[in-house]
Design a protein around this ligand. Structure first.
Ligand code: FAD
Length: 473
């Protein structure tokens, strides 16, 4: 039996395993290694809790333990084991497994690297914030910096970056008090309780470029506009949004045209909108409700914090202009925004494993590979029997569907390699490696779901390892 080890149990790892087990003609043993005690990576710890349909992929992942084994394959989940970095050595896996696939995602942050950033409290990365509200164990410790942060004082928020993650974060921050949206979800109850203390008035979503360069998708933007039915409204300063001129220039680009029209309609008073944009009843509450704002053409230059407490007080930015050649330059203007919380949503970064140096692997925010997913060295030679897929191969871009496609491509290359070789390295012996198993996860999963059901939630996530272990007794 040939042996394949997969490092990381997020969508890339699971879709690789799924494809291998569906298509392999000879019996295969697949090991899925995961540094956390439980599976699914960003499907559990990244995707927003109010988007449960996105997590349906977990049913497919689970199916590999129940459905694909009839043809003599073997599959094992080894949770709570880190590969490299002091855990099981990548070299040891490579010496015993016929192929190793790296699918360990991106677990570092892109930062602004501006003065004041390192010392100010109230400055978080999107990864920290998202992991926290999704109940990741590290961020959920009572002494974690997000739990220690004083949410009672948060009125004005700045979010740097304007991709879908920035919009997820805006939605969570601005609408968390709306029980009908959040109470049924699996959001961390600890985070939700703290978030609800924040008297948020305004959130600025700040981009370096202009409206047409926004990276978010129309679906996510529409969700924000539609919060208006709960009295939450959106704004865009007219100097960054001239719909007539934009439609004239970009009217042939259909998604962009729809985005321009959507914003144009929602910026009108309710009664003047076309019917498509008033499918919900006009909110009849207070006028003084929280707002979010798309803010453009600004680059952060300095974080200013209180000398005594270290708490962030404001953010200084310079204005930008875009040249005809699409180059961004400082336009000489300066702005200072008073803010109590800053979230840097600049994308995730991959981390090299310690052993990459020894293997001479080329790494720049992510692993370098060829089109088949074979990992490359600095001199572009192939590292034998080592593949990569998902965000650690592509960088932190792409939704789960794109990650799946990538995993399928790489799994097909792995199958070619496995079937072309007669050698069989015997497989890595997992007997002496303490780990959580798939059956442990099934117990944790059932327990979370049944505890959630009592509270009319999709699940009640365990927020500490000790709690998880208790339900295994
Ligand atoms: P990951 O999901 O990060 O999985 C990597 C796994 O490897 C993790 O479980 C990690 O713990 C493990 N690992 C790391 N290091 C090691 C190690 N050394 N040893 C063992 N295991 C290790 N896509 C959508 O389609 N819809 C959405 O709504 C959506 N929302 C998103 C929201 C956020 C905030 C983010 C960040 C992404 C979102 N995405 C969404 C994108 C989607 O999450 C990614 O496409 C996908 O998760 C990438 O999968 P991956 O397996 O490469 O990485």
């Amino acid at each position: 039996m040939k042996n394949v080890s997969i490092v990381g149990s997020g969508p890339a790892g699971f879709y690789t395993a799924y494809r291998l087990l569906k298509k392999a003609v000879e019996p295969l043993s697949v090991k899925i290694w995961e540094k956390r005690p439980i599976p699914f990576g960003l499907s559990r710890f990244g995707v927003a809790p109010d988007h449960p349909e996105v997590k349906n992929c977990e049913e497919t992942f689970t199916s590999i333990f129940t459905e694909t084994l009839s043809n003599g394959h073997k599959v094992q989940f080894l949770g709570d084991v880190e590969i490299g970095n002091g855990g099981v050595k990548l070299m040891d896996l490579l010496s015993k497994e016929d192929v190793v696939v790296l699918s360990y995602g991106c677990s570092d942050d892109r930062r602004l690297h501006i003065p004041g950033e390192a010392n100010a409290s109230g400055v978080f990365t999107s990864r920290e914030f998202v992991n926290w509200y999704n109940g990741d164990l590290n961020m959920s410790q009572p002494d974690s910096k997000l739990n220690q942060f004083d949410w009672n004082k948060v009125k004005n928020v700045g979010i740097i970056g304007n991709g879908n993650v920035a919009l997820d974060i805006t939605r969570v921050l601005i609408s968390n008090k709306i029980k009908e949206i959040w109470d049924p979800t699996d959001i961390s109850v600890m985070a939700l309780e703290k978030l609800r203390k924040a008297p948020i008035e305004n959130i600025k979503i700040i981009g370096r470029r202009d409206f047409v360069h926004s990276k978010f998708t129309n679906k996510e933007l529409r969700e924000l506009w539609e919060l208006e039915k709960f009295g939450i409204h959106g704004k865009i300063d007219s100097k960054y949004f001239d719909p007539e001129q934009l439609l004239q220039q970009f009217g042939k680009n259909r998604p962009l045209k729809r985005r321009i029209e959507m914003c144009m309609e929602y910026l009108k008073p309710f009664e003047k909108r076309s019917p498509k944009y008033k499918k919900f009843e006009q909110f009849a509450g207070l006028v003084d409700t929280p707002s979010w704002e798309l803010d453009y053409l600004k680059t952060p230059v300095r974080i200013n914090s209180d000398i005594e407490t270290g708490a962030i007080k404001s953010l200084t930015l310079h204005g930008n202009k875009i040249s005809e050649e699409n180059r961004l330059t400082n336009d000489g203007t300066e702005y200072t925004y008073n803010i109590d919380l800053l979230i840097e949503s600049l994308g995730y970064k991959g981390k090299p494993l310690q052993e990459f140096d020894e293997l001479g692997i080329k790494f720049n925010d992510h692993v370098s590979t060829n089109a088949k997913g074979q990992v490359l060295t600095m001199s572009d030679a192939i590292v034998p029997r080592l593949y990569a897929t998902g965000w650690i191969r592509t960088g932190s871009k792409g939704v789960i569907a794109a990650t799946m496609q990538d995993a399928f491509t790489v799994a097909d290359s792995v199958l070619n390699e496995v079937s072309a070789t007669n050698a069989n390295l015997g497989g890595f012996n997992t007997q002496d490696i303490p780990h959580t198993t798939w059956s442990d996860w099934e117990k944790i999963n059932l327990s979370e779901i049944s505890k959630g059901a009592v509270l009319k939630k999709s699940r009640l996530k365990y927020l500490s390892y000790a709690e998880m272990l208790r339900c295994l007794d």
